[in-house]
Design a protein around this ligand. Structure first.
Ligand code: OGA
Ligand code: NI
Length: 364
């Protein structure tokens, strides 16, 4: 989720941040104790309607087996499976993806180490600028709830700018552990290659030339957001991350072994099972526009739990903020209006995510 000079679809640091003074100097861990007895004043309490939605978790725990897994070892069979998954889900796991598993594991453990082992002074050295839309660095995220009340997401995060190369400045990233910067660089390179391969297969699954979606996106802006969700004393009252669809083109996400990510499908929230060797692919809003709605972006959220912290690493691939995004001509007549990506993101920030209403506003 979030924004900056080069908008990141990874939930950029929220411009409303500055409205809450406590969050600027407190980590969620510190807020946690205050919130136990005072969740309403602390801003984490959901509105009544959102609260009712959360009740669904216990009724529909989800069918873990049904989220598709695509084996990328053969592109011929993968292409068809990806087409089915994009049409039915907007999300799928990939295995045999070519990214070394030890790199996934190292990325997870470095992320965890930053949040769990660094003292607060160290974390704050990397604090993102809460007064601007440019968001590289450490922060705690909040979003607007209904009727302009502020709802905090129960998460700490670190956003890294990794592509294009002109945005990549490892001195903005944690210096401990000693391989942190190198691993983030390698991880970004691997995720970009995989994202490009997937955009090619997704294009072909619609009968388009392999390069179609990537050409429509233009130069890829990549952000890697590591998110840490501390245990939450009252998980039934808060979300780790509100319901949204990612606003870029495609998101590649890994999680640790703690459940929490949910997908909205057929009017139910389904838990995405953690699979340590797999990478979760989420179709994001610009791909929905480019494919003229043949493939819809995935609506998702993260729930909290009382007992275990959870970690995820989301890698967002977005157009440049000046890119004009429109449905490809082969899939006409267009159902979506053309939009300048930067304007789409600004509008997203000013309205808040609330499901997919930003995208729906572009429909003819
Ligand atoms: C995101 C996101 C999910 C998660 O950062 O956009 O959807 O599991 N994260 O952390
Ligand atoms: Ni997301």
């Amino acid at each position: 989720m979030y924004l900056m000079s080069s908008f990141s679809s990874s939930l950029p640091p929220y411009p409303f941040h500055s409205k809450i003074s406590t969050i600027k100097t407190s980590s969620l861990g510190e807020l946690e104790s205050k919130t136990t007895s005072d969740s309403h004043k602390s801003g984490f309490l959901l509105s009544t309607s959102s609260h009712r939605k959360l009740d669904l978790i216990s009724h529909y725990p989800g069918d873990a087996a049904s989220i598709p897994t695509v084996d990328l070892s053969s592109s011929d069979s993968a292409r068809e499976a990806i087409g089915d998954a994009c049409r039915d889900w907007g999300a799928f796991h990939v295995i045999n993806h070519g990214v070394p598993i030890h790199l996934l594991d190292r990325m997870r453990s470095l992320g965890l180490s930053f949040f769990q082992d660094s003292p607060m002074e160290e974390k704050l050295r990397y604090a993102c600028d809460s007064t601007s839309a440019a968001s590289e660095g450490y922060g705690s995220r909040m979003l607007l709830g209904a009727k302009d009340d502020v709802v905090l997401d129960w998460r700490d995060y670190f956003d890294h700018h990794t592509f294009p190369p002109s945005r990549r400045n490892p001195s903005h990233w944690p210096i401990h552990p000693s391989d942190y910067r190198q691993v983030v660089g390698e991880y970004g390179d691997e995720m970009k290659k995989l994202a490009q391969m997937l955009l090619g297969l997704i294009s072909e699954s619609l009968g388009l030339p392999c390069s179609s979606i990537e050409e429509a996106v233009g130069e890829i802006y990549q952000n890697i957001t590591v998110t840490y969700y501390p245990p939450c004393p009252q998980p039934e009252l808060t979300l780790g991350l509100q319901s949204h669809s990612d606003f870029g083109a495609i998101t590649l996400l890994i999680q640790d072994d703690v459940e929490g990510l949910q997908l909205y499908k057929d009017a139910q929230w389904l838990t995405v099972p953690p699979i340590s060797d797999a990478i979760l692919i989420l179709i994001a809003d610009q791909t929905e526009i480019i494919t003229n709605g043949r493939y819809k972006s995935a609506q998702h959220r993260a729930v909290t739990n009382a007992n275990r912290a959870r970690l995820s690493v989301a890698t967002f691939h977005d157009p440049s903020k000046t890119a004009r995004i429109a449905p490809v001509s082969q899939l006409s007549p267009p159902s979506y209006k053309e939009v300048v990506y930067g304007q789409y993101v600004s509008s997203w920030y000013s309205k808040g995510p609330e499901g997919k209403r930003n995208l729906d506003a572009l429909l003819y």
